[in-house]
Design a protein around this ligand. Sequence first.
Ligand SMILES: *Cc1c(COP(=O)(O)O)cnc(C)c1O
Length: 425
Amino acid sequence: MSKIETICVQGGYTPRNGEPRQIPIVQSTTFKYDTSEDMAKLFDLEESGYFYTRLQNPTNDYVAKKICEMEGGTAAMLTSSGQAASFFSIFNIAGCGDHVVSSSTIYGGTYNLFAVTMKRMGIEFTFVSPDATEEELDAAFRPNTKAVFGETIANPALAVLDIEKFAKAAHSHGVPLIVDNTFATPVNCRPFEWGADIVTHSTTKYLDGHGAAVGGCIVDSGKFDWMAHADKFPGLCTPDESYHGITYAEKFGKEGAFITKATAQLMRDFGSIQSPQNAFLLNLGLESVHLRIRRHCENALKMAQFLKSDSRVAWVSYCGLEGDKYYELAKKYLPDGSCGVVSFGVKGGRKAAEKFMKHLKIIAIETHVADARSCCLHPASATHRQMTDEELYAAGVSPDLVRLSVGIENADDLIADVKQALDQI
Ligand SMILES: *Cc1c(COP(=O)(O)O)cnc(C)c1O
């Protein structure tokens, strides 16, 4: 097995004699066959191959395979966005009348997807604190619970998920743990090594890293035994009449059932495919993510240390900073570094935070994070604005919170920028 740096550069695609060194962009909606029988085998999932880019495309599959290798999984697919990845990861195994347990500290968009849109589809979510005890976690389960969901490092609360604790709770109730690994990246944490079953990504963030392409990814560890809990997962363990009676868990096993069903059913019906062009751009990002994430972490730690030492800053949250609430968990799950995002509060609350941000020169105000270029956001007035104060606190977002995504510029320049903006409050 190659090490992560080698997989980042060379994983997923191995050209044969005379083939392009870089992955080809297969800019084609459709694929040609000699006979109808050949194509029928694809439709029946008897053979793997391509027929229409709404479901699958070779460029996407090269890139999905690389991320799969980075995470140590058995199967993976790209999606059009991180939102589509989160939605598919749940909807693939839960439907109307089902229930999911989720950490409360999750990305605002995911919270909205779960608490509002998927609730309207008849799927009920119970939100639990990432710091919940085993007993509190157990109490959140119901007979119709189908999955547990959390983020390795929560955006923007920066809570570190105790993956082993959440996996244990999920498995003792016969359901998989799905982990959104966007902020940590597989360079810094591979949730499968700690018991997670499915990993999702917004590849829009560090994996692309250049603010160039929106995208998502789902990876399966191949470890969850669907057939052992067949009563809970009829979609995987009983025949799919829309696919000629195929039973995914039987035909594709633990290693392939989840991703095959998500591709054959959900991608077919929802069409949330990533464009091959974007997959190509994503792959360029993947080739350097192992270098970039190191610099992000170095710069973020320097920034967090500076903020901590400045009297105008009310509080700092960075799980890589000694003394942080999540420092010990970060040491366990993220020993090589956590991420480039630092949260802090400016003394003077919401008003002071807005004034501070207005005076930044290098660091830009954006709804984006995890980009080579430093940027920052005030979630209470942007991404999380539809949430009540109560919901904000439950999601780990106080009204004065500034989320600073530290880029890979020179750390001294970034700190000087923050310093001069603080001077002007
Ligand atoms: C941004 C983000 C998402 C959503 O991803 P999009 O690519 O914007 O759809 C999901 N989870 C986390 C942790 C994110 O940061």
